[in-house]
Design a protein around this ligand. Structure first.
Ligand code: NIG
Length: 401
């Protein structure tokens, strides 16, 4: 079955060969893109969708979330907005609430968040564990996360649980906890930060994970300068996330590595940290990704378009750079940007993950900040209803013109 999509005012493909195409058309066959080009050259297909002049771009690739949790930390947020600093220790309150929740309660909330994200254009998502911090609980979170994504990250090393000796906790993480989580996980991660895990502990955790075949990711340099970036590069991590405090040697190390710097603007705003130096990273040749970091402590949003508009309006990126970082950048941070089923771009052979905006160009994502512009979403070739689809019709239909 093939679907021809026409009426595309501007098609952002992220493909080096195809670039941006005006008055474009796309053909989807099954779960893949079969053809991309200008409308006048489009071959016939079984069905036809006319977008009446909307911009189309790849679906968002949200490569950093902590989507599985219970509880609410709005009081902590209120205190922060009144001047308190963010402390890694706040994680413990979500651990308590999550551990007390049933599978059904966790599922209900996580599935709702995934649906919300998908409707706003997020076609790929990574989900971390890290709100249980005991063997059975981390395995449960990994199992539930695996229902929602292939990109499950084991983050048993989120913080040391209160009252537990740090070295014995690290031994648990790299021993029975890793064994219990392994069937469900693709990645291992560590929060390498003051108040969480130091350099030696982080190295031991990453070493254990990579020794059993997990890909490496690191939370690093979020609350101050530290070893996170250097460790990530040492382990050829797919991504080092946060990157608010970087030295010149951190930036040089990233620029000469395959490690993506994943930036989390919604978290930077919610924790009142300085923004990660996005412009400096790009100018140095570092590959960057933008992600939501959806979690109840530091970034309670699934909105990738909010991250994109913030990156443009406050971090010095162009709209093209920000969209690239939130799509192909995220795919690179998950090492899913090449081969069969590749994501983050629109070209023959890539997975058919697309979104159409209720706007003629991607510029509107920053020009109209805060608006839900995503109107149509295709996930692996299947059409997803967006809230916009049913309620908002900014462009007159053909019958009215
Ligand atoms: O990515 N930095 C560590 N983990 C989360 C925060 C989690 C929390 O405070 O609950 C983050 O910001």
């Amino acid at each position: 079955m093939t679907e021809l999509i026409v009426g595309i005012s501007e098609l952002t493909t992220n493909s080096a060969e195809l670039g941006t195409i005006r008055d474009a058309a796309v053909i989807i066959e099954g779960d893949e893109i079969a053809w991309v080009g200008s409308r006048q050259n489009a071959p016939a297909a079984d069905t036809r969708t006319d977008l009446d002049g909307r911009a189309v771009l790849p679906g968002w690739v949200d490569s950093h979330t902590h989507l599985l949790f219970a509880g609410d930390r709005s009081d902590e947020f209120t205190r922060r907005m009144a001047g308190e600093d963010y402390e890694a220790g706040g994680i413990a309150s979500t651990v308590a609430a999550t551990s007390a929740a049933t599978d059904a309660e966790l599922r209900k909330r996580a599935y709702a968040a995934r649906a919300e994200a998908l409707a706003s254009g997020t076609t790929s998502i990574e989900i971390k564990t890290g709100y249980a911090l005991d063997v059975a609980g981390e395995a449960r979170l990994a199992r539930l996360a695996r229902e929602l994504t292939d990109d499950v990250t084991f983050l048993g090393a989120h913080v040391v649980p209160p009252g537990v000796n740090a070295d014995s906790y690290v031994a648990t993480v790299i021993g029975p906890m890793l064994d219990a989580v392994l069937p469900h996980a693709r990645w291992i991660d560590v929060f390498c930060e003051r108040g969480a895990f130091d350099e030696d502990q982080s190295r031991a955790i990453l070493h254990a994970g990579s020794a059993v075949g997990l890909g490496v990711r690191v939370h690093g340099n979020q609350l101050g300068h530290g070893a996170g970036v250097a460790l990530a590069v040492e382990f050829d991590a797919a991504s080092v996330d946060h990157c608010n405090y970087l030295s010149n040697s951190d930036i040089d190390a990233l620029a000469s590595s395959q490690t993506v710097a994943t930036l989390l603007p919604a978290c930077d705003l919610s924790t009142r940290q300085p923004f990660a130096p996005a412009r400096q990273l790009l100018d140095a040749g570092v590959t960057i990704a933008l992600a939501s970091n959806c979690n109840p402590g530091t970034s309670y949003t699934t909105s990738m378009s909010y991250c994109v508009s913030t990156a443009v309006l406050q971090m010095g990126l162009t709209i093209q750079e920000a969209v690239l970082a939130a799509t192909l950048g995220g795919a690179k941070a998950l090492r899913r940007d090449s081969g069969h089923g590749r994501i983050g771009l629109i070209e023959p052979g890539s997975r058919a993950d697309l979104q159409a905006l209720d706007a003629p160009s991607i510029t509107h994502l920053a020009y109209r900040p805060g608006m839900l512009l995503t109107r149509n979403v295709w996930h692996a070739g299947q059409t997803i209803d967006s809230p916009n689809t049913k309620t908002i019709h900014l462009l007159p239909s053909k019958d009215e013109t």
